[in-house]
Design a protein around this ligand. Sequence first.
Ligand SMILES: [Zn+2]
Length: 587
Amino acid sequence: MAIHEEDIERVRSGVSIVDVVQQYVALRKTGRNWVGLCPFHAEKSGSFNVREETGRYKCFGCQAGGDVFKFVQEIEHVDFVAAVEKLASRAGITLRYTTGGEGRDRSRRKQLVLALEAAVDWYHQRLLESPDARAARDYLRSRGLAGDVARRFRIGWAPDDWDLLSRELRERGFAPDVLHDTGLAFNNRSGRLQDSFRARVMFPIFTDTGEPVAFGGRILPGSTDPAKYKNSPETKVYMKSKTLYGLNWAKNDIVAQDQVIICEGYTDVIGFHRSGVTRAVATCGTALTEEHVRILKRFANRVVLAFDADAAGQGAAEKFYEWERKYQVQVSVARFPDGKDPGDLASSDPGALAVAIEEAMPFLGFRIDRVVSGVPLRSPEDRARVAARALEVINEHPDVNVRKLYAGEVAVRIGIPVADLARQAETRRSAPVSESTEVRIAPVPEFNAEFAAVALLIQRWDDIAPWLIEDLFASEASRRAFVALAAASDAEASSILDAALTTADPEVVELLERAAVADIEVAPSSVAFDLIGVAVRRRLAQRTKVSDPDEIRADREARQRLEELDAERTAQAAAEALLWWLTERSQ
Ligand SMILES: [Zn+2]
């Protein structure tokens, strides 16, 4: 079911975006805008703008932006229909539904989740009861993952068979294409539906609200299958970069402790839970992404990496520092004795897990420690070498004060003069993290005349549109924004802005979103006259080889009009004449 377009517009006009945002964000009025601290990234001074007239919000720090529905979608993590429903009930509007595209998507999603739920149950029952799952049960028992643990985490067993699951689910009424789209099955070379997982221990993966969306399957020891883990493919309901295994079980404790532990594997997450640390999650066969960090930031500010962060690949350190700064999270690293993983430790030494989390080191401290400890420091050459390597690591950090403090620590630790190393950390020779990764904090947006004109077109179309033509815009992005808005003004749409946004390219969308919340104090006509004056001067400067007497006269008159443009009494007539002159000479 989808919601009637009309009703969506009734809801939009029936609620105040300022009121809605104020339920989540404290806003204060500046000019005609409302400004507050952005709820989508951490900041200390407000760059989050909301504007009632255009019904839009925009953050100048993280570029989040959109209309009231987008805001509810983003902040509540719901889909479009749910956002409309929420706002409708708030505004006391009864919605009518159709059977349109949006509704098809929703019921499709529901079908896929139902099929996945059925598969979770079926795999789980197989594990608990089926004779062919004996080896799996033995394996899980040996790892401490049997009984209550298996039940709690809904662990299952995919039998060593071609299509047992597919046949079972089809008998229960699930269509072949549904099974295919869940990633549970695929069409094999002979065109028959075949199960995706075979002879594997199955770890179901849920959304944070507990809907199953995928599986991770592990082989048993001794299997000849080269892939130890196999994951569901990405589907309509499963995106790896946005999914964290275990978040459904962990989120309450994550919030309560303001800390989340990120592991590498499913059994690590379960290991933490078994040892009483119930705030662990894992990425699903991918590296940690910015999307993951954004999601986790909703729940906690402290992030502990429970995997080998140094081995996380080139550029990982850079990313972590950037995220620390952008999302104001503190990243630290837990170390486990003897290189054991949390899954192993849960059985052999469960207390060690809590200790490792308690003693987690700040990310940079951890990396330096890896360089400095365990290396011989017998000769001056040894010390110089270690100092140089430590300095390389230190200099990846973007904050000069942090660099100096760590440089001092390293110097003391390896016995070289503190001042020397601190000075080198100050200037950052290697400096691989560019300053451009720094997050702008509440920049005051620069409004040039072209941007102001675009903003006024969105906000006060009738007052400025008659004065504008494409040739007035010298910047490519502003020009394209103008063209998109002008084209949209001809279209039958609820708002020119919405129509323009649907056709514009990303750069222009970005500009339009900023313009929609820009607070322009200047009168529309004076913005337009400015642009006209600049454009005429620009064009005159290009016309150096005019020989036609009429054209020479016209140019002379244009120069005269430019002066009249500055006087209030004559400005309007001059602007009209100049606009005409420009249009006539349009390229
Ligand atoms: Zn933001």
